[in-house]
Design a protein around this ligand. Structure first.
Ligand code: GTR
Length: 325
């Protein structure tokens, strides 16, 4: 009897200890539309590793890659409502809810990736970050996504005139719809996951994206003409549910911010390597990549700016971006 009681007490103690340890470990859920190994997925995983290390295992991250939790628009709702704590998405799907995100999504607003980094790492980036708070999100980091260009199944696009009548899937933002219309083509915003089959079945002629997306989503198989108009240098955004962030201790908030900051350097490095690899892979699969007469594309963007940059806050932000050299 005595022996049994002792054993029971031991088991109870172990169970208590286990629950204490278990409850002190929080696994945060993060979504990504891209497959495992993609630079954004790896950036967030790295953030999770740093977090685990720096909080002695109290926090870690599980990345639900490959759109396991749904398409971007849906996962944005999930992170805003707290169903998931973290999310890595593009900036463009926020254009309708956080007006400041319109600025980095404007065509040809950035003159180079370097320019984009300087802007997003500086005061403009801070202003855009702050603008996410009223919609229940804290921006932990901006990640790289290179530049987006049009690709299609029909022909190389060399001048704006070549765009006439083509049907493109664009990322879900009015800026992209109006940009495409201003170039004389038709735009259909649709979820990323539907692009491949829509091109394959001829519902659309092509889409627009960077090399790593073109390659990993296999769009290259159905749209071999990739024309380097490089209309946007659109950053990605890594966000956290604001209530979840606010519930952290000030010390932990600092750890989260620093880990996110440290993951940016890692993601940028991975991004550069993946872009080279994906471009080469696309070419190997038969993609024909061509330069375009870019000035014509730039000149055609005036109506997009006229329509979307009316708000004085945005006008000032555009000026601020242009002042960064
Ligand atoms: C990619 C981006 C994704 C997604 C996708 C799209 O470049 O990394 O987050 O927004 O584009 O076009 O839907």
């Amino acid at each position: 009897m005595m022996h049994f009681t002792k054993k029971l007490a031991g088991a109870l103690l172990a169970a208590t200890l286990f629950t204490t340890v278990a409850s002190a470990q929080t696994v945060l859920k993060s979504s990504d539309t891209h497959p495992d190994g993609y630079p954004t997925v790896e950036g967030v995983k790295y953030f999770g590793e740093l977090l685990k290390e720096r909080t002695q295992g109290r926090y870690s991250v599980d990345v639900y890659h490959s759109a396991q939790l749904g398409e971007e628009k849906d996962t944005i709702e999930q992170v805003r409502s707290g169903v998931i704590e973290l999310n890595r998405v593009s900036m463009a799907p926020f254009n309708g809810t956080v007006k400041e995100t319109i600025v980095p999504a404007l065509p040809y607003i950035f003159t180079s990736e370097d320019h984009m980094h300087k802007v997003m790492d500086g005061a403009v980036g801070d202003q855009i970050k702050a603008a996410f708070e009223p919609v229940g999100l804290v921006v932990l980091a901006f990640y790289d996504a290179g530049s987006r260009s049009f690709y299609n199944s029909k022909k190389p696009i060399k001048t704006v005139a070549d765009m006439a009548g083509l049907k493109f899937r664009v990322i879900q933002s009015d800026i992209f719809v109006d940009m495409t219309a201003a170039l004389g083509a038709n735009a259909t915003p649709m979820p990323y996951g539907e692009v491949y089959s829509s091109i394959e079945t001829g519902v659309i002629d092509g889409a627009e994206n960077n090399f790593p997306s073109y390659d990993t989503a296999k769009h290259v198989e159905v749209a071999k003409y990739y024309s380097l108009d490089e209309h946007t240098i659109l950053p990605e955004v890594f966000v956290m549910n604001k209530a979840a962030f606010d519930a952290l201790t000030p010390e932990d908030q600092e750890i989260f911010k620093q880990a996110a900051k440290d993951s940016v350097a890692k993601q940028r490095e991975l991004w550069a390597a993946k872009t080279t690899e994906s471009r080469a892979n696309a070419e190997k699969l038969g993609s024909q990549i061509n330069d375009v007469e870019k000035q014509g594309f730039i000149d055609a963007m005036k109506p997009v700016y006229d329509k979307h940059v009316k708000d004085p806050v945005l006008q000032k932000l555009v000026e601020d971006v242009r002042a960064v050299k």
